[in-house]
Design a protein around this ligand. Structure first.
Ligand code: F6P
Length: 328
């Protein structure tokens, strides 16, 4: 049995997500609790290549559980996609006598971690941190719940002006190629129509639904559009399409953008991040590797990180049906 890791490194990689700091805090404090040292790597994989390690103690992570973003910075590191970049990272890790790595990020970051492990047999555990919730093997990623609430609050505000002016608003939300934010924030904010990548409902159906809204006396409407929507039109083109086909509608567009990535994490995300952070350290100390921690039926679980990348995601059909019924 390999020796228990004595020095654990942790990094945040890819798009930042509210709750990443809470996960960092949990990894550091669990390491200290179990008698291991914990090194933060600044700027994600770039920090591994640039040798940016910082020894953390329990106080290093004070007062960050409520902070959005990541205090150790993140990056989308192209250099780590090269064998030379990963080799440099490994040499720096060896120089600092680091024994294991916790990667907080999304499927792109996990892909890098799996290749790194294959090349150097270096112990890694992944913590799913992305607002997109598009990772197989967990019901929730860190940051998703907060992003949902941010989107719903913004749409509620847009609803106020839409109803004041009897307007139709197209609201674009993030999610990359997944429709979780759009579908859940759409239902949560009472949107009349929701366009997601997983279901190409067709523009005619959208027009019919908007006509029906008017017939049933609705003077204002909200259409939530996932940025990865497959209608073949961007949100401005969708708005123009409706203006051309339903001239009775006064149409506006609002793109929520990066505000969905920020803000103080929700209680759900803080607790999720704390639980996953502790579990990731316990798995490493138990000699485990190549796993992703996650949530299933509110239980903390671990599953193959390779599967998490390959697994893809499926949209909740029941929720789609509910959103249909709710637009009655
Ligand atoms: O993956 C998180 C995310 O915010 C996606 O929802 C979005 O498509 C993308 O990152 C934006 O990336 P960037 O911050 O590099 O513009």
């Amino acid at each position: 049995m390999k020796d228990q890791p004595k020095r654990i490194a942790v990094l945040t990689s890819g798009g930042d997500a509210p709750g990443m700091n809470a996960a960092l805090r949990a990894v550091v404090r669990a390491s200290v609790f179990y008698g291991a040292e914990c090194y933060a790597v600044h700027q994600g994989y770039q920090g591994l290549i640039d040798n940016e390690f910082e020894l953390m103690n329990a106080r290093s992570v004070k007062n960050i559980i409520n902070k959005g973003g990541t205090i150790i910075k993140s990056a989308r590191c192209l250099e780590f996609r090269t064998p030379e970049g990963r080799k440099q990272a490994y040499e720096n890790i060896k120089k600092s006598e680091i024994d294991a790595l916790v990667v907080i990020g999304g499927d792109g970051s996990f892909t890098g971690a799996v290749i790194f492990n294959e090349e150097f047999e270096f112990p890694i555990i992944g913590i799913p941190g992305t607002i997109d919730n598009d990772i197989f093997g967990t019901s929730h990623t860190i940051g998703y719940d907060t992003a949902l609430n941010t989107a719903v609050e913004a749409i509620d505000k847009i609803r106020d002006t839409a109803s004041s002016h009897n307007r139709l608003f197209f609201v674009e939300v993030m999610g990359r190629d997944a429709g979780f934010i759009a579908l859940n924030a759409g239902v949560g904010a009472g949107a009349e129509e929701i366009l997601i990548p997983e279901e190409d409902l067709g523009l005619d159906r959208m027009l019919e639904s908007l006509k029906k809204s008017r017939r049933t006396g609705k003077s204002s409407s909200i259409v939530v559009v996932a940025e990865g929507d497959k209608s073949g039109k961007n949100v401005y083109e969708l708005a123009k399409y409706v203006e051309d086909n339903l001239p009775e509608y006064d149409v506006r567009v609002s793109i929520l953008g990066h505000m969905q990535r920020g803000g103080s994490p929700s209680c759900f995300d803080r607790v999720l991040a704390s639980r996953l952070g502790v579990k990731s350290v316990e798995l490493l100390l138990d000699g485990k590797t190549n796993l992703m921690v996650g949530l299933k039926d509110n239980e903390v679980i671990s599953s193959s990180i390779s599967e998490a990348i390959k697994g893809g995601h499926s949209i909740n059909q029941e929720l789609l049906r509910v959103s249909d019924i709710m637009t009655t």
